[in-house]
Design a protein around this ligand. Sequence first.
Ligand code: PLP
Length: 426
Amino acid sequence: MDPATLLSLDARHVWHPYAPMPAKVPSLLVSEANGVRLTLADGRELVDGMSSWWSAIHGYRHPVLDAALAAQAGRMSHVMFGGLTHEPAVLLAKTLVDLTPDGLEHVFLCDSGSVSVEVAAKMCLQYQRSRGLPGKRRLLTWRGGYHGDTFTPMSVCDPEGGMHSLWRGVLPDQVFVPAPPSGFDTPLDPSYVDVLAKEIEAHAPELAAVIVEPVVQGAGGMRFHHPGYLRALRELTEAHDVLLIFDEIATGFGRTGALFAAEHAGVTPDVLCLGKALTGGYLSMAAALCTPVVADGIARGELPVLAHGPTFMGNPLASAVANASLGLLAEGTWRQDVARLEKGLLDGLAPARDLPAVSDVRVLGGIGVLQLDHPVDMAVATEVATGHGAWLRPFRDLVYAMPPYVSTDDDLGVITRAMLAVAEQA
Ligand code: PLP
């Protein structure tokens, strides 16, 4: 079909994320994605600064991932997971147990990050119920977070000005505490730890779990914090008989410079949510991992099973490509790659400090952020970025990038120059 017809059908029939129907702003038509480049139907090439929302860490059409997918498709694309199992899923679960912080031993494979947060919350609420404590059913989280778009994740997203504030009053009523002071290297503020301690203690009888994004609050504001607050959370949750969930859907698989952000703090949560880069961005798959304490607690309850079972759970294609992606990470070059991204982003974004609209420049691992003092018009900002040869998706007062790990210094130059141009024209 010709591009103009495709785009007009797209605008009329296809609902895009966070977009009205029918669409007001036309999408860009992508015909191919190779390495770090998106090729548009009109022939333009864009260097991808977004890794398709944190996921395509090895770039597109990676030969190892393509081969793993093709080989698996030749054997088995899908079988139901109830009563059946298969090698790709078993190997994936075992590798995830080996790679994630010690103590997480059980893996629930599901389809999307939001569902893994649902599963994590269900595990925690059911664990408390099984112990005869059904009143422990709320979640405590810090403000400024983002955990997905289904109802439980929405209930722990930033309650004010956040994307889901429309639903306050309809969503489960959770407990919100202030977000930690901003800055990965900003020294720990003991008075903030006191605030956490008071809130957790006060709400402990009704709390099933605390849920946070460790080290980086992503779509809620792209803020970084000191890992010490995660250690404080671990101590406080243990002291007050509350479970701890880390949502590493965005931060997992190397993005912050550690394989998992929890490693910066040396902390094991009771439940860990993974997604996005799990399959190297090839297919939709996520996971919720938990400790034997959580699983055994559930097994002792009146309903001894976790009543959750998505149709495409453990999908063999997604499992096989996830195994291949983890194999690439095991080769270890991602560490140098992410360190190189960090340097490229720091150097490339440094001039932004002199721009009047930029109030903060922050970089951690493979994440670069320009904080503006006012919101951008997303359509205009995207046009400026594409005009500079980069694919970016600035939103609210944030111009940010998390490029694929395989981006070269030249690619990073394109991305950072485009970010500066967006900030200059904002
Ligand atoms: N949690 C975090 C930290 C995320 O960044 C996201 C997605 O951006 C989600 C959960 C939801 O994941 P998904 O979009 O796969 O449902």
